[in-house]
Design a protein around this ligand. Structure first.
Ligand SMILES: NC(=O)C1=CN([C@@H]2O[C@H](COP(=O)(O)OP(=O)(O)OC[C@H]3O[C@@H](n4cnc5c(N)ncnc54)[C@H](OP(=O)(O)O)[C@@H]3O)[C@@H](O)[C@H]2O)C=CC1
Ligand SMILES: CC(=O)C(=O)O
Ligand SMILES: [Mg+2]
Length: 761
């Protein structure tokens, strides 16, 4: 039984405990199934099930191609494993592979809007495995095999490809090969090498390694210059120990017997083996400007730090997301299947793989536009040794790769539903991307570059402690936990939380040397509002929100997060006693609602009860400003129950008035109204009003009053399946965010990161 190392040494960017919590919190695991049709009435039931369902059944029986029209088959992939080679962890069995397979499904959805389901097949017998999978074809548009050890994977894939008429793609082979090849093309270009003379040594001769070597050879890499090694050393002609036909196909004539010998003077190292397999001595012996792809997961054959310590001329890539140059099949499989599914490809052939590799390689060379730069740690990357391949969050991948794959499928005659207009297809693909995930990613990356001190005001709460640790671990800055230290330590001990780690600071309000300064500061603000000095002393001594807000006001912290123990409006009142609105701004709350790849900002969801026309115009300006800061081009709809005067009514007057005020202010964003929510959000309904000034459906909704804002966002969350982030506080002079009392760790970390982001980066 492998032991779980819960120490922080297990991983650098997240702790083992965080990983377990992430998987267990809420609904266990990472996936759920949700219906695409309503199932609310007797009629729905009659249509979805008996008798209505008989109609598509007969249609499909008559013409099998209609299954793509009447079922989810065309967008559904099975992610199938038997767990015999889980990442680089080895054979840990079918059940243990489930978190990885669920993870692959989530990546399919997140990056390419492909639906998928994980199937863990509990057998190591190749015939049994093939027999289990071969009959599942009608359920799926494609089969993604995963983490099956070599050589079984080669036989399984080959046999399934022969008997199934949908793409069968072993991701560890071909996904990896496509990405590694793309990275190699670019690394060779950067170091002035070519496919003919470059000497490459690949450590590992399993699924991923063999496929990588086969793909580069298929693209013209000189086979004589490739040496493959496995646990027994160099795979040379005449070797018999530990061999199989796939290894033999790449055996070369050489006197080298060990990886050390093979690597002397080599240009390129491909690692598809295991943690730590490449030593610094071996790296030192390589040619000038060596190319090192240490792709084993979760721990590479050598870390980039280890390479940098001994030489500064290497191009290094790993399979991990916490280093530059991530050569990982996540850059491939979602998009390759997207393209293959969209043309109903019968297979994924070499031409499609090569097209994907070339598209990926050229994307890294392209200039990175503004809206994409955000996905790159806030730095606009430039093609070079630290950037040979796009990052998984690059929003251009969703259009670039599937188009290349679909086109190659059509050109090679395996597309059963060719796409006539590839430009229109590209636009549809871009619309599948979920912008908010990139937005949050960008916020995190930006903060990482300029870490901030965030005070977690309710530091004695377990969730705050966990969130503070996650904040620090993700290198977002210093997390200041406010509270009684003895109390915190007692709770931490009970919950198994280690507070003595870098990035965590404990501030005990009662013992702080800053109590006097905070009291004087707050007394000066409140003395003419009915507060005696001793009232203010009490607020500072006893109330964490006041203390934390004063820390921020007097620059002892860059931002704060609170809200777990008090309702939103009380927490906001506490903060407002200490911090004003930014000059010329209005404090409002904006919620981000994410639903089916679409994000809308809803305002004001926190502060103004029944805003006047002027206040509504201010809210529109603040919300549009936030939208811009988050990377959206705002299209603001001023919502009401009426649309452009119909039906007329007093309540809509204010909204109309607000639109006129925005006209006078000559604001620099699109807005219009008053309009009903369906006009704002549905382009077909909006077309009824050709004079409407919005260039597309609205992405910022200004609500006529707090009650409608609050009710609608909560309904979206509970009934509409939307994820709602916020309300984010906007317009305060200092950076404060308030979470809801039911916030989970991840919500708090997001809000802390947003507080840090707003604190100025
Ligand atoms: N970055 C990425 O996108 C991907 C990375 N990988 C990584 O590649 C590795 C292999 O995966 P996969 O091909 O699926 O697994 P397989 O089980 O199919 O193959 C493993 C291969 O690695 C060899 N090997 C293991 N340890 C060593 C060692 N210390 N020195 C030399 N060779 C060794 C084995 O040798 P032998 O044949 O002698 O047993 C075998 O040839 C894993 O770490 C995995 O995480 C895989 C897919 C994608
Ligand atoms: C990334 C991946 O698929 C692996 O390491 O197995
Ligand atoms: Mg894998």
């Amino acid at each position: 039984m492998p032991e779980i190392d819960k120490s922080d040494r297990a991983m650098t960017s997240v702790t083992a405990q965080e990983a377990l919590d992430f998987h267990s919190q809420g609904r266990p695991g990472k996936l759920e199934i949700s219906p695409t049709k309503p199932m609310a009435t007797q009629r729905d039931l009659s249509l979805a099930y008996s008798p209505g369902v008989a109609v598509p059944v007969k249609a499909i029986a008559d013409d099998p191609a209609t299954a793509y029209d009447y079922t989810s088959r065309g967008n559904m992939v099975a992610v199938i494993s038997n767990g015999t080679a889980i990442l680089g962890l080895g054979n840990l069995g079918a059940l243990a592979s489930k978190p990885v397979m669920e993870g692959k499904c989530v990546l399919f959805k997140r990056f390419a809007d492909v639906d998928s389901i994980d199937l863990e097949v509990d057998t190591e017998n190749v015939d049994e495995f093939v027999n289990c999978v071969r009959f599942l074809g009608p359920s799926f548009g494609g089969i993604n095999l995963e983490d099956i050890k070599a050589p079984d994977c080669f036989i399984i894939e080959q046999r399934l490809r022969e008997v199934m008429d949908i793409p069968v793609f072993h991701d560890d082979q071909h996904g990896t090969a496509i990405i590694a090849t793309a990275g190699l093309i670019n690394a060779l270009a950067l170091t002035g090498r070519d496919f003919n003379t470059t000497k490459l040594v690949c450590n590992g001769a399993g699924a991923a390694a063999i496929a990588c070597i086969e793909l580069i050879k298929a693209m013209g890499f000189n086979a004589e210059n490739v040496i493959l090694c496995d646990t027994k050393g160099v795979i040379h002609q005449g070797r018999t120990d530990g061999m199989n036909q796939w290894k033999s196909a790449h055996a070369v004539k050489t006197d080298h017997r060990t990886l050390t010998e093979a690597l002397r003077g080599a240009d390129v190292f491909f690692g598809l083996s295991a943690k730590g397999a490449l030593s610094t001595e071996m790296v030192l012996s390589m040619a000038p400007r060596p190319i090192i792809f240490a792709m084993a997961n979760p721990d590479p054959e050598i870390t980039p730090e280890e390479v940098t310590q001994i030489r500064d001329d290497a191009i290094v890539a790993t399979g991990r997301s916490d280093y530059p140059n991530q050569v990982n099949n996540v850059l491939g499989f979602p998009y390759i299947f997207r393209g293959a599914l969209d043309v109903r490809a019968s297979t994924i052939n070499d031409a499609m793989k090569i097209a994907a590799a070339e598209a990926l390689a050229s994307l890294a060379k392209e200039d990175v536009p503004d809206d994409v730069a955000a996905a790159y740690q806030g730095n606009r990357p430039r093609f070079g040794p630290q950037y040979i391949i796009p990052v998984p969050f690059d929003p251009r991948l969703i259009s670039a790769i599937p188009i290349a794959v679909a086109k190659a499928a059509m050109e090679t005659g395996v597309a059963r539903k060719p796409i006539a207009d590839l430009t229109a297809y590209g636009q549809q693909l871009s619309a599948r991307r979920d912008p908010i995930a990139s937005t949050l990613q960008r916020i995190f990356e930006r903060v990482r570059r300029q870490p901030k001190r965030i005070v977690f005001a309710e530091g004695e709460e377990v969730q705050m402690m966990r969130s503070a640790i996650a904040y620090a671990n993700q290198q977002l800055g210093t997390a200041i936990l406010l509270g009684r230290e003895d109390q915190m330590r007692e709770t931490a001990e009970r919950e198994g939380i280690d507070l003595d780690r870098p990035g965590i600071q404990i501030v005990n309000a009662r013992l702080s040397k800053r109590v006097g300064a905070y009291t004087d500061f707050l007394y000066a603000r409140l003395q003419r509002q009915g507060y005696l000095f001793r009232d203010v002393q009490r607020l500072i001594n006893n109330d964490r929100n006041h203390f934390a807000a004063c820390m921020v006001a007097l620059a002892d912290a860059d931002g704060m997060v609170t809200g777990l123990t008090r309702n939103y409006s009380t927490a906001l009142e506490d903060v407002r006693r200490c911090i004003d609105a930014k000059p010329g701004h209005r404090v409002i709350g904006v919620s981000l609602a994410l639903c089916r790849g679409r994000t809308v900002l809803v305002a004001d969801t926190a502060v103004h009860d029944m805003p006047s026309a002027e206040e509504l115009a201010d809210i529109a300006e603040e919300a549009a400003g936030l939208a811009k800061r988050l990377g959206y081009e705002p299209r603001v709809a001023m919502l009401a129950y009426s649309t452009f005067g119909h039906p007329s009514g007093e309540r809509s007057e204010r909204v109309r008035e607000a639109v006129k005020m925005l006209d006078k202010r000559r604001v620099d964003f699109e807005y219009d109204g008053e309009m009903a929510a369906d006009v704002a959000l549905n382009s077909r309904v909006m077309e009824q009003y050709p004079f409407c000034r919005l260039s597309g459906t609205a992405n910022v909704l200004v609500m006529p009053a707090f009650h409608s804002a609050s009710i609608s966002t909560k309904m979206l969350q509970e009934l509409g399946g939307s994820t709602v982030i916020g309300p984010l506080l906007v317009g305060l002079d200092k950076s404060v965010q308030i979470v809801s009392m039911s916030a989970k760790d991840s919500d708090i970390v997001n809000m802390a990161a947003i507080a840090a982001y707003n604190a100025g980066t």
